[in-house]
Design a protein around this ligand. Structure first.
Ligand SMILES: NC(=O)c1ccc[n+]([C@@H]2O[C@H](COP(=O)([O-])OP(=O)(O)OC[C@H]3O[C@@H](n4cnc5c(N)ncnc54)[C@H](OP(=O)(O)O)[C@@H]3O)[C@@H](O)[C@H]2O)c1
Length: 249
């Protein structure tokens, strides 16, 4: 008996351009890999030139740009240098965790405002370049939904992002705007935040998560590609946390 031939489908992003702001590591780099595998041209940005160059060579990026995405002048200049694009994935940024006693208020201010303001700026500068059907994709989280000591800034920032996403989706339509809310994802950022506690945290998540495994960047990238290709989706927040918000810890 001969095996059934595997059905061949067209790459889902063939002929499209995906820009990843923060594409040299972690979720952004994995999204770039996934987009390339679906036929997209990718443009990568980051702050560290050699890390960005390595990532760009690995995925075969069409171009790169080195700048801090929180510098809104640089962000505007970057988009001014681009032609038509299809999707923008923004993975730049990191959370600020601190107890009140140890809080640095300048860092707290940045933790509260930097990310939402970057989203506003990306929407203003990128949306005019996005072809019909395209999306702006931003990163939020599910961890910040659970109040706790040291979680005030990330909790407030997390709560703002779905509202911002929904409003931007109305304002820049027909460009679509969506938010991905991740729990723990096994990336260089998680490694740097947890240090030597990383392996213990992975083990705890394997024990406690409903999916009985740790969420990796490929899980988020798969969702990102889906949000790029499903043109019915806009203004919404999509959780990818393996059920982390449903269980203690
Ligand atoms: N990992 C998680 O568990 C998790 C959970 C929920 C939400 N998130 C969010 O998802 C996003 C991506 O996380 P990740 O874990 O993939 O982080 P990551 O491993 O640190 O990768 C972040 C990427 O963005 C670049 N980047 C960071 N800050 C930037 C800036 N200000 N301007 C330009 N590029 C910047 C980094 O390169 P350079 O450092 O060289 O610039 C790197 O390429 C972050 O916003 C994070 O807060 C992560």
């Amino acid at each position: 008996m001969s095996a059934e031939p595997t059905p061949v489908r067209d790459p889902r992003l063939l002929g499209q351009t995906v820009v990843v702001i923060g594409g040299s590591a972690g979720i952004g780099l994995e999204t770039a890999r996934a987009a390339r595998a679906e036929g997209a041209d990718v443009v990568l940005t980051g702050r560290t030139p050699d890390r960005l160059a390595r990532a760009a060579a690995e995925v075969g990026a069409v171009s790169t740009a080195t700048f801090d995405a929180h510098d809104l002048g640089d962000l505007e200049g970057f988009f001014e240098g681009l032609q038509a694009i299809d999707h923008v994935m923004v993975t730049a940024g990191r959370p600020y965790y601190s107890t009140l006693a140890e809080m640095d208020f300048d860092q707290a201010r940045r933790g509260l405002y930097e990310h939402p303001v970057m989203m506003l700026a990306v929407a203003r500068y990128a949306a005019p370049l996005v072809r019909p059907g395209g999306t702006l994709l931003f990163m939020g989280g599910t961890g910040g939904r659970r109040p706790g000591v040291g979680m005030a800034v990330i909790g407030a920032a997390t709560a703002a992002l779905p509202a911002l996403t929904a409003n931007l989706a109305v304002e820049v339509a027909p460009v679509r705007v969506n938010l991905i809310a991740a729990g723990f994802v096994d990336t260089p950022l998680s490694a740097s935040l947890l240090g030597e506690k990383l392996d213990a945290r992975r083990g705890q998540l394997r024990e406690t998560l409903p999916i009985a495994r740790v969420v990796g960047p490929a899980d988020v990238a798969e969702l990102a590609v889906h949000l790029m290709t499903n043109t019915a989706l806009t203004g919404a927040t999509y959780d990818v946390d393996g059920g982390q918000q449903l269980v203690p810890g």
